[in-house]
Design a protein around this ligand. Structure first.
Ligand code: ADP
Ligand code: MG
Length: 319
């Protein structure tokens, strides 16, 4: 049976062109460019909690890195280096080859070097630490939103959560809808180009990993403000839009996890610039509301007042 060192050498020791020293020593050595700050984040995927244990290893390799890249996108940072810590129940080489394929395909697309990690036996657990660069003092933080800012989101919302409900047998999607929703669930596209082009434009940003309401709620808390968003302005994916106003589908839109889109705020004077940033990054951006003084999140429905979050069972994520 292959040793831990054989496995690392075979699947994870690749040339790290952008590092001083990569895999193979007691620590990697990296040198950030002058004038840059390091943005560092870690995210763990646990079998049975974040994915089904028999999930496709290629997709897992992609997703383990993608969720980390999404955090750097939300900071406006450029990813450079990654560490990969794996707990594996056994040395399944077909699984490792698939995982490495998915991981490195995404890493290469974004110029990320795998510079180290840890490999141990244990219940399947995938942990990535990502390091990136952002011009000093320019990162997009959660605490920068200002009164009167527009609130924006990228892409479409709700597809990943609806895809998960489809897998759980709670909703029946058409074949075409399932293809779209499951691709979003299994292979999210981190919005790196958009995040980087929002530096100097947006006041605050977060990536939507736990659902719009909760994640926007983090911006509200950190920025000590409230928000009003228009239900009709939310960019629901087609499969979600076709099933509204079903309460469980509304839940996918407002509180569904795994979208990995960006939610950000920007001054009203920057509307054209934000639209141009979206065009440049190849992703739609939708203006969904505004930052207000009164604390909490209000979701306005067409021709009416705020959605009654308690009546609809949303109390758990009201900001
Ligand atoms: P040490 O015992 O000194 O911590 P390890 O035996 O854990 O070293 O790892 C040997 C080398 O392989 C180190 O450079 C480590 O960063 C790297 N490494 C271990 N596991 C992985 C992995 N899954 N992906 C990338 N690099 C890894
Ligand atoms: Mg080690």
């Amino acid at each position: 049976m292959a040793s831990e060192f054989d496995l690392i050498a075979r699947y994870f020791d690749r040339p790290a062109r952008g590092a001083v020293l990569g895999v193979g020593d007691d620590a990697a050595l990296i040198r950030p460019a002058p004038g840059m700050e390091l943005a560092i984040s870690a995210d763990m995927l646990v079998a049975g909690r974040h994915f089904f244990p028999d999930a496709d290893p290629v997709q897992l390799g992609h997703k383990a890195l993608a969720v980390n890249l999404s955090d750097l996108a939300a900071m406006g940072a450029t990813p450079r280096w990654a560490l990969l810590s794996l707990a594996l129940p056994d040395a399944d080489e077909a699984w490792l080859a698939g995982f490495a394929k998915g991981f490195f395909a995404l890493a290469e697309r974004h110029g990320v070097d795998l510079v180290g990690g840890d490999t141990t036996r244990g219940p399947l657990n995938l942990s990535v630490t990502i390091l990136g660069e952002v011009p000093a003092g320019c990162a997009l933080r959660r605490d920068g939103a200002q009164l009167g800012d527009d609130i924006w989101v990228s892409g479409e919302l709700g597809a990943a959560a609806l895809g998960l409900r489809h897998l759980l047998g709670e909703v029946a999607l058409t074949e075409a809808e399932a293809a779209v929703c499951l691709a979003r669930l299994h292979a999210p596209a981190p919005r790196l180009a958009l995040g980087q082009s929002l530096v100097g434009l947006a006041h605050a940003a977060i990536d939507i990993s736990d659902g719009l309401a909760g994640d926007l709620g983090h911006i509200l808390e950190r920025s000590r403000l409230g928000a009003e968003i228009e239900l009709a302005a939310l960019p629901a994916c087609a499969a979600v839009a076709a099933r509204l106003p079903d309460v469980a589908v509304l839940n996918c839109l407002l509180a569904g996890g795994d979208d990995y889109e960006l939610c950000f705020t920007a001054p009203t004077g920057q509307r054209e610039a934000v639209q141009a940033a979206g065009v440049g990054a190849g992703v739609a951006v939708s203006r969904i509301g505004r930052m207000v003084a009164e604390p909490g999140l209000r979701i306005l429905v067409p021709g009416g007042g705020p959605l009654d979050l308690k009546v609809n069972g949303y109390d758990h994520f009201s900001a």
